[in-house]
Design a binder for this molecule. Sequence first.
Ligand SMILES: [Fe+2]
Ligand SMILES: [Fe+2]
Length: 170
Amino acid sequence: MNQIIRENLSISVNTIDLLNDQIKKEAKASAMYLAMASWCDQNGFEHSANFFYEQSSEERDHMIKIFKFIIDNGGIAYSPEVTQINHEFASILDVYKTALHEEINVSKSIQKIFLNCRKENDVASELFLQWFINEQLEEEQKMRHAVKIYELHGEDVENLYAIDKRLATS
Ligand SMILES: [Fe+2]
Ligand SMILES: [Fe+2]
């Protein structure tokens, strides 16, 4: 990046690099959720399939939000490459457990960037990331709720589909 531009950025160059890494993570989450939607659809979990289609598009929105933040503040945003998406799941519980694990990792990653902004006095980026911190809490809660319900009531097959329907309205 041109030196004059670098010196005049309101957000730190280090933050831009970290946010570009976060773009990759959001893109990966979006692709993972699309694979989960496909698995749910193939296995008759209609409501969960819709849920994961929606989550996939939300993750893409997150990615674009970060992308634009970088660009609007004079940085360069990179379109991410997404590879190695898993399409195999042992059960619907496995799908939600994997999703919960993914959300927890993303939360940790965002918190790490947030703390780095604080260390570097990058106030603008810190404020920008606050929205993501709250969003992550909500997303973790959704996945945790589904895992809990499937763990408690998912032993028999009939129940699995009833839960799928019930989760759509909870
Ligand atoms: Fe996200
Ligand atoms: Fe998410």
